[in-house]
Design a binder for this molecule. Structure first.
Ligand code: NAG
Ligand code: NAG
Ligand code: NAG
Ligand code: NAG
Ligand code: NAG
Ligand code: NAG
Ligand code: NAG
Ligand code: NAG
Ligand code: NAG
Ligand code: NAG
Ligand code: NAG
Ligand code: NAG
Length: 370
């Protein structure tokens, strides 16, 4: 249990999602974070963050949004307009909202792709497609699908998903850059390229983790009793404590950290509550461009927690540690070296492998063809 507390959130969510897809009986709850704060300043980002929070948390869990920012109204509008323009959509509401920007054009694209199939089907036997990464930052991924030996003008569907949930998608052609904005830091996404012009060909996919600095933290709260249902991340007791804890913590943080939270550059995730009285295990996930150090994060959060009148904190319990991402959530190619410094991972292709996306080192490392 102690080990699990620190294992990286999104890996577990992915495993949980795979389990849910295969069975209705999944034990997904205990170590998985169920509270995510994701605050952004723009309305479009807010709706994205809201839908992401929905897809990555347990159904009964709570996502916090600052009352000063617009929240659900944007998402609601998006879902409604998508439903009315695409009546045949059968996907879950969340994926519908996420893919709303492309669903309208997809019907036309599919028709064009279908008519070209007859004339180009023979070219499909040799058609391959690879994914070139152009840019991966803490909130954005840019890719180019690169086709070889396929029919000219072939159409592709590039999909970004998190676990089993589609976050965004775009219909495109070989060589075009596709940008996926409004993403969370230090989060694993899967990019899948479907060959629309060669529908029988296999998809190409690649896992890409956004840049991020992950600091694991723990604190013992002494004035609130632990109840057995707090170990269940879906329980009202867990949700209620975690919601109040994050809201209260944010209020006590210094203005510069609050600004990072408001701009989506810093996210606080609760990982677990354990008996002790209550030991809260959480992660602080920041954009590397925020230039935070473990020491200034530790200072800001220690002051906030010890100065917070709602909680009596055991000062000796406070623990802030840069996470070794190579051990918990290795973002590199299997053919790369991983290095984690101050909770930020970097990758380098092993010698003998070529990096086909040198602007994002160590993610696409290609060996000699046999
Ligand atoms: C999907 O990506 C497009 C750009 O490719 C962007 O305009 C849109 O906001 C994104 N949608 C979501 C839900 O992130
Ligand atoms: C692309 O794939 C996504 C996810 O499977 C789907 O929602 C979308 O409709 C597809 N778009 C096209 C043009 O096929
Ligand atoms: C991406 O990661 C998931 C687990 O997180 C794994 O099941 C899947 O095979 C990976 N996909 C690729 C293309 O490496
Ligand atoms: C928490 O730990 C205390 C002390 O070990 C124990 O008395 C109590 O029963 C535990 N509470 C729960 C809900 O497990
Ligand atoms: C966890 O809490 C949820 C919501 O109250 C409940 O439905 C579920 O049965 C609980 N799980 C366990 C293992 O107690
Ligand atoms: C303490 O909790 C109360 C109510 O739960 C809340 O209104 C107040 O803002 C909290 N104080 C701090 C410092 O977070
Ligand atoms: C972080 O550091 C880099 C390089 O030292 C600097 O260019 C950038 O402005 C800094 N960012 C912030 C938010 O301070
Ligand atoms: C954290 O420390 C770094 C380096 O000392 C500094 O650049 C940065 O502004 C500090 N950030 C905060 C939020 O205090
Ligand atoms: C601690 O809280 C008090 C009042 O609640 C406030 O005046 C003081 O500035 C806070 N100290 C720090 C270091 O934030
Ligand atoms: C702090 O947390 C780290 C990472 O979980 C752990 O290895 C270490 O033992 C903890 N330190 C203390 C003093 O509890
Ligand atoms: C990868 O790491 C190993 C061990 O640290 C080192 O021997 C090797 O040279 C590294 N390879 C590359 C390509 O950096
Ligand atoms: C890497 O690329 C170079 C130049 O394109 C090529 O000569 C070499 O064989 C490639 N190496 C591997 C391992 O594919």
């Amino acid at each position: 249990m102690a080990r699990w507390r620190w294992i990286y959130l999104f890996t577990l969510l992915a495993i949980c999602d795979i389990c849910k897809a295969q069975s209705t009986q999944c034990i997904c709850s205990s170590p998985v974070t169920s509270i995510t704060t994701a605050f952004t300043t723009t309305t479009s980002s807010t709706s994205t963050m809201t839908s992401l929070a929905t897809t990555t948390t347990n159904p009964t869990s709570t996502s916090l949004s600052p009352t000063t920012l617009p929240t659900t109204s944007t998402t609601t509008t998006q879902v409604t307009s998508t439903s009315s323009t695409v009546p045949t959509t059968t996907t879950a509401p969340t994926s519908t909202a996420a893919s709303s920007t492309t669903t309208t054009s997809s019907a036309a694209t599919t028709t064009a792709a279908t008519s070209s199939i007859a004339t180009t089907i023979s070219a499909c036997a040799q058609a391959t497609v690879s994914i070139q990464l152009v840019q991966v930052s803490s909130d954005q991924i840019q890719v180019i699908p690169v086709a070889q030996n396929g029919p000219t003008g072939a159409q592709f569907n590039v999909t970004l998903s998190q676990g089993n949930s589609v976050v965004n998608s775009s219909a495109t052609t070989s060589g075009s850059t596709v940008t996926f904005p409004s993403l969370l830091p230090a989060t694993q996404y899967t990019i899948t390229v479907k060959q629309l012009s060669c529908p029988n060909n296999a998809d190409t996919s690649n896992n890409v983790t956004t840049a991020g600095q992950v600091i694991a933290a723990a604190v013992k709260i002494q004035n609130i009793p632990f109840t057995a249902d707090m170990s269940n991340t879906s329980s009202p007791a867990y949700t209620s404590f975690a919601t109040s804890f994050i809201a209260s913590l944010i209020q006590s943080l210094p203005a510069d950290i609050q600004a990072l939270i408001a701009s989506g550059q810093l996210v606080i995730n609760i990982n677990s509550l354990t008996n002790g009285s209550i030991i809260v295990s959480f992660t602080i996930v920041a954009s590397p461009s925020a230039n935070l150090t473990v020491s200034n994060v530790s200072q800001s959060f220690t002051t906030a927690l010890t100065n917070n009148t709602n909680y009596t904190v055991d000062p000796a319990s406070l623990n802030f540690t840069a996470q070794n991402l190579c051990a918990t959530a290795n973002p590199c190619s299997v053919n790369a070296n991983c290095t984690s410094i101050n909770g930020v991972a970097s990758c380098q292709c092993l010698s003998g492998f070529n990096d086909t996306s040198p602007s994002v080192p160590g993610i696409t490392c290609v060996g000699k063809r046999k």
